[in-house]
Design a protein around this ligand. Structure first.
Ligand SMILES: O=c1ccn([C@H]2C[C@H](O)[C@@H](COP(=O)(O)O)O2)c(=O)[nH]1
Length: 255
């Protein structure tokens, strides 16, 4: 879960720097072609700084659905770029083509379109971060969350995780369902996200300790997220977990 919140915030930072995400998951270094960035997997740069004009697609989608055309079929967050090097020499090509937002009956639905998804390692992370984004946008529009549809061209597992995948599928393990699911607080804004990102950077620099976090001027939900990111967090503590909710929202996951 720590990685999930870190990845979601990393996307909202609008950057694709390796330093941020590798702090939570050092294995991400493997996918960086230059040791500095993740040009394909760092979706935040595409979402919030698309192309030469560094266009913020998230703010545009919110503006369209809020102020231009709530019924729009055009609120698409484009991630994959035709300019990416698709040859094997490139180790980091975007797996997500784009995310579509559809506001219907006052609920915000999301459809994700992926060219490829690793069902064992990548899928849950992707579903977490995309539905987190869906919830963030719904909060900004001030509407309820609708369905989430996950569309994938090639969904697969690798030989290295094949055994573990089969074990998981054959086990009786179930996902614990909690009674109440905290929702992202009303009033969450770009200012909130900016503040969170500043605090997150202080966590990585060792300037913000777990104990300092109790005094931050943040709602309990966002304080819990930050506490989750802290290296000296209390791992037994209950935290807001969007992912539990996501499972019931999924309408299709296998193709
Ligand atoms: O957000 C992501 C990014 C990558 N991958 C996985 C899918 C593929 O298994 C692999 C990328 O392989 P290529 O198709 O780029 O070779 O990474 C995901 O599942 N989700």
């Amino acid at each position: 879960m720590v990685f999930n919140y870190a990845e979601a915030l990393w996307y909202l930072s609008g950057k694709n720097d390796l330093a941020f995400i590798a702090w939570y998951a050092p294995s991400m270094q493997r996918y960086s072609p230059d040791g500095i960035s993740l040009p394909g997997t760092g979706y935040g740069a595409r979402l919030k700084n698309f192309g030469a004009d560094t266009f913020d697609q998230i703010e545009r989608a919110i503006d369209i659905l809020k102020n231009d055309d709530p019924d729009s079929k055009r609120a698409v967050l484009q991630i994959f770029s035709a300019e990416e090097d698709l040859y094997r020499r490139n180790i980091d090509v975007s797996c997500t083509l784009g995310l579509q937002l559809l506001l219907r009956e006052e609920k915000l639905n999301m459809v994700s379109y992926m060219r490829a998804n690793d069902a064992y390692v990548g899928m849950l992370n992707d579903i977490f971060s995309f539905t987190f984004l869906q919830e963030y946008i719904a909060t900004r529009i001030d509407c309820k969350i609708g369905h989430y549809k996950h569309q994938v061209g090639s969904i697969h597992v690798y030989e290295s995780t094949h055994e573990r995948t089969l074990e998981l599928l054959n086990s009786n393990e179930t996902v614990p369902q909690s009674g109440t699911i905290p929702l992202m607080p009303v009033g969450t804004s770009p200012v909130t996200i900016r503040k969170l990102l500043e605090y997150e950077s202080e966590i990585r620099s060792g300037l913000l300790s777990f104990n300092d976090m109790t005094n931050l001027n943040l709602t309990a939900y966002w304080r819990d997220v930050l506490m989750d990111l802290s290296p000296n967090q209390d791992r037994g503590r209950a935290t807001p977990k969007g992912i539990r909710d996501n499972q019931s929202l999924l309408s299709t996951v296998s193709y």
